[in-house]
Design a protein around this ligand. Structure first.
Ligand SMILES: NC(=O)c1ccc[n+]([C@@H]2O[C@H](COP(=O)([O-])OP(=O)(O)OC[C@H]3O[C@@H](n4cnc5c(N)ncnc54)[C@H](O)[C@@H]3O)[C@@H](O)[C@H]2O)c1
Ligand SMILES: [Zn+2]
Length: 360
């Protein structure tokens, strides 16, 4: 399946079981004057797929080198990017050569950022290998790294030449990361694709990951095409993220992963929506059951709604008296609603009391 993303610089996302072995041929269509390719990857992923990708690129006539960093978010910093620049200069990379990022969101973000800034920008290709990066991080053109003071604080917008997504790579992905990615899959079902949500409930979606990833990427496409620079409609993709980010922050970005935080954040938004008559009654019960079935959390034991709402004030996107919150009116239909922080706290207090009384 090929999904064309029509941003200012259009590109294709190729999604197919086993497509990794065809990566050489696909990338060969982008060969300019240069014949060099650098694979940016990390220890875990390179061990499984590095040789395979390298061999098929060589077969397609490329001169291949690799830079492999230590897996994990801790590596997503300027020090690793500097090492990437050095690897590129040592191998004489020019603007007509290519970078291929093989790995999860950490690799895609950082390799994309190195490519976007080296020689004021050289072309790159994303080969995402986690569910999160296949359905989210590899599409949309956001690249970046973390600073000691916070996540993703330095970055650039630059679209890849293409994205090559092989769902079969998920076979080696540890389950905890797979479940984490499902948080984003549920999000697409909630905001846009009610059929996808239904297939998650029946279990069909997990049996056919190729199809599921296609649906998610197509959903992201719709919002990204409208709004490449992340100002208006793309905000819908933040469903569950306002509270999710606040929770990640409260947990010090350590013991609660992104997808799990988003799962809790989505359910919060749905419960608040229901209590304000924005969201159809019964939606929270439905989503709660689905999240549990998928192994995702539905509430946070350590922090109250009020603490979570207070923590949203620390976010650069959600500071101030009012918050733009993403709600769903029902599964598959989303909207943005401006809401006063104080009112939100009040609502949540009432909801928590009602829950206590109901013995939930
Ligand atoms: N650019 C964007 O739009 C965007 C969107 C969402 C998230 N992100 C970023 O993505 C990052 C998180 O991404 P992630 O969850 O993919 O993390 P990750 O890249 O660290 O991968 C998670 C873990 O899975 C391992 N792994 C990856 N693929 C594997 C495979 N196929 N087999 C075995 N092991 C494998 C990795 O080594 C790592 O241990 C964060 O830094 C986040 O900021 C970016
Ligand atoms: Zn997310």
């Amino acid at each position: 399946m090929e999904i064309r993303i029509k941003t200012e610089k259009p590109y294709s996302v190729y999604i197919e079981n086993g497509i990794l072995s065809k990566a050489g041929e696909i990338i060969a269509q982008f060969r300019g004057k240069g014949t060099k390719v650098m694979i940016m990857s990390e220890t875990n992923v390179y061990r499984y797929y590095g040789n395979k990708l390298s061999e098929c690129l060589k077969k397609a006539g490329f001169n291949v080198s690799s830079y492999v960093f230590i897996a994990g978010e801790e590596s997503k910093n300027m020090k690793t990017v500097m090492e990437m620049y050095e690897a590129l200069t040592e191998n004489g990379f020019t603007r007509s050569d290519l970078v291929v990022n093989l790995g999860g969101g950490v690799t895609g973000d950082m390799g994309g950022f190195a490519a976007a800034t080296y020689l004021r920008g050289i072309d790159f290709i994303q080969v995402p290998t986690t569910l999160l990066s296949q359905v989210d991080a590899s599409v949309g053109g956001k690249t970046g790294i973390d600073l000691p003071s916070g996540k993703n604080l330095v970055g650039a917008f630059r679209q890849p030449l293409c994205v090559i997504c092989d769902p079969e790579t998920l076979k080696t992905l540890p389950e905890e990361y797979f479940i984490d990615g499902l948080g984003e899959v549920v999000k697409y079902g909630c905001i846009y694709d009610k059929e996808l949500l239904f297939e998650l409930e029946t279990g069909k979606a997990l049996k056919n990951m190729e199809e599921t990833i296609c649906r998610c990427v197509d959903c992201k496409r719709i919002y990204v095409e409208e709004d490449t620079n992340d100002t208006g409609k793309r905000m819908i993709l933040n469903f569950g993220h306002t509270f999710g980010h606040a929770l990640e922050k409260l947990h010090g970005f350590k013991d609660l992963s992104h997808g799990r935080a988003v799962a809790i954040g989505m359910l919060m938004a749905i419960e608040i929506g229901e209590s304000m008559n924005i969201t159809k009654k019964g939606t929270s019960a439905r989503i709660e059951a689905l999240l549990k079935e998928l192994g995702l959390p539905t509430k946070d034991e350590s922090f109250t709604f009020e603490q979570i709402i207070d923590a949203t004030a620390l976010d650069k996107k959600t500071f101030g008296r009012n918050i733009n919150l993403i709600f769903i009116s029902e599964v598959g239909t989303s909207l943005i609603h401006k809401i006063e922080r104080n009112y939100l706290v009040l609502r949540c207090k009432i909801m928590e009391q009602q829950k206590l009384r109901a013995g939930l």
